[in-house]
Design a protein around this ligand. Sequence first.
Ligand SMILES: [Ca+2]
Ligand SMILES: [Ca+2]
Ligand SMILES: [Ca+2]
Ligand SMILES: [Ca+2]
Length: 92
Amino acid sequence: MAEPLFATPPTPTTSGLKLDPTACLGEGCDSDGDGLSDEQELAFGLDASDADSDDDGVLDGAEPEWSLDSDEDGLINALDADSDQDGLLDGT
Ligand SMILES: [Ca+2]
Ligand SMILES: [Ca+2]
Ligand SMILES: [Ca+2]
Ligand SMILES: [Ca+2]
């Protein structure tokens, strides 16, 4: 019943992200410089390599209450290009 635990050698921790490994080490690094750590972005479904995940002109970390869903449309403000439902991009 003994199965080999490592059929293939474990690959190093480069999970397909094209990030400079020297620029970002350990916890709390902010690869795209938007004010939110990579961990925060991944936890909330943001793009850790895009400073403006919803392309509304407001950086992820500069979105008002970025982690909340102000207009309750199912998208948090940092992923909602029009988080106040005024018909304009947040950055307009
Ligand atoms: Ca970031
Ligand atoms: Ca981002
Ligand atoms: Ca944005
Ligand atoms: Ca937004």
